[in-house]
Design a protein around this ligand. Structure first.
Ligand code: SF4
Ligand code: SF4
Length: 346
């Protein structure tokens, strides 16, 4: 298959941004990509956070994912979210789920929080060991119940690691029974505190990605299942049939702003593009050579650069960077490399 002319569909500004509201967290997860622990002294204050939201909204960003750290630890988080709502943005919050008082859940629902995403990285054994917090799994289930009782839409994010990879089907069935309507199966990327020891191994990912696609099909209509965009077109004919699908969205349809205002192309790709204290978001994004390169797949190197599917996939840029230090390098989990040149390199 030759390259498809989808360059025109690359958005000028991302439609989705993640804001890491704080570095403070009550957990010390083994795989944390943000290396969170304590509040950093240079975090954006309330006025700066609101100004950031203004800039994002004015630039055309439509959805904001508020993460961390544990964003609910920020004292001003309700005020900042109210500001996002008043600016017409859709927004959600990602929490470790350790604690949610009924009153707080009601306040979040009254505020119009679009989604509460909690992390569950498998059943109790896997989750509590990865999050280094015995009893956390049970606490998250309690948070889910509290949130649902308040009328909040609850999503689960599960990072697939060596600990959870074998039981994805059972775990997904468990979540469906719990009433979860959306599950993000996030592929582990060894960044932040995450070490290679948690990785199921390059050879295992083909099977895992195929199983994620099968789960997505099996639960269609009951639970929405999302996963990383790289390689999705390879395993899902419906995705391949979507002419606008362009795979990895780092530096394209999504980006991230850290607790101190540093802009990144993706929450898992720690390449600083600039800081909103020095330059406005729109200028950082428009002038960044990294963003320019990520938008242009002809700049990719190695197997991804030579791949006929690069416009539909692009490989996970965060994984390429984590493994080689080159965000434009090849995605080492891709199995098509072993199959070349016969089928895909045409
Ligand atoms: S770099 Fe990886 S995690 Fe980030 S958008 Fe691309 S595929 Fe997703
Ligand atoms: S070589 Fe890269 S662009 Fe091609 S299918 Fe594999 S990960 Fe995707």
């Amino acid at each position: 298959m030759g390259d498809l002319p989808v360059q025109a569909l690359v958005p000028e500004v991302p439609y989705h941004m993640v804001w890491l509201a704080t570095d403070a967290c009550t957990a010390r997860c083994w795989h944390c990509s943000s290396n969170s622990a304590k509040r950093s002294p240079d975090e954006l204050d309330t006025g700066e956070a609101k100004a950031l939201i203004d800039e994002l909204a004015e630039a055309g960003v439509v959805d904001l994912g508020i993460s961390g750290g544990e964003p609910l630890l920020r004292r001003d988080i309700m005020e900042v979210m109210r500001h996002a709502r008043d600016r017409g943005m859709s927004f959600g919050i990602a929490s470790n789920g350790a604690k949610l008082a009924p009153r707080r859940a009601e306040e979040l629902a009254e505020l119009g929080l679009g989604r509460l995403q909690v992390s569950l990285d498998g059943f109790a054994e896997e989750h509590d060991s990865l999050r280094r917090w015995p009893g956390l799994f049970a606490r998250v289930l309690k948070t889910i119940a509290t949130a649902r009782a308040a009328g909040l839409r609850v999503h689960v994010c599960c990072t697939i690691t060596r600990l959870s990879a074998d039981r994805l089907e059972d775990f997904t069935a468990f979540l469906a029974e719990t009433g979860i309507r959306r599950l993000n199966l996030s592929r582990f990327v060894p960044t932040g505190r995450g070490t290679a020891a948690l990785d199921p191994g390059d050879a295992a990912w083909r099977g895992i990605i195929i199983r994620c696609a099968a789960l997505k099909r099996a639960y269609a209509g009951r639970m929405e299942i999302t996963t990383h965009l790289a390689q999705e077109a390879l395993v899902d004919p419906d995705v391949m049939a979507m002419p606008v699908f362009a795979g990895c969205q780092a530096g394209r349809g999504q980006g991230c702003v850290t607790a101190n205002g540093t802009v990144l192309p993706c929450v898992l790709l720690p390449l600083a593009l600039g800081n909103i204290r020095q330059k406005g978001f729109r200028r950082i994004w428009a002038e960044s050579p990294v963003v320019r390169e990520l938008k242009d797949r002809s700049r990719l190197a190695g197997a991804c650069g030579a791949c006929g599917l690069r416009e539909r996939c692009g490989g996970c840029r965060a994984l390429a960077y984590a493994r080689s230090g080159n965000a434009l390098g090849e995605d080492p989990r891709c199995w098509t490399m072993q199959e070349r040149p016969a089928r895909l390199l045409q």
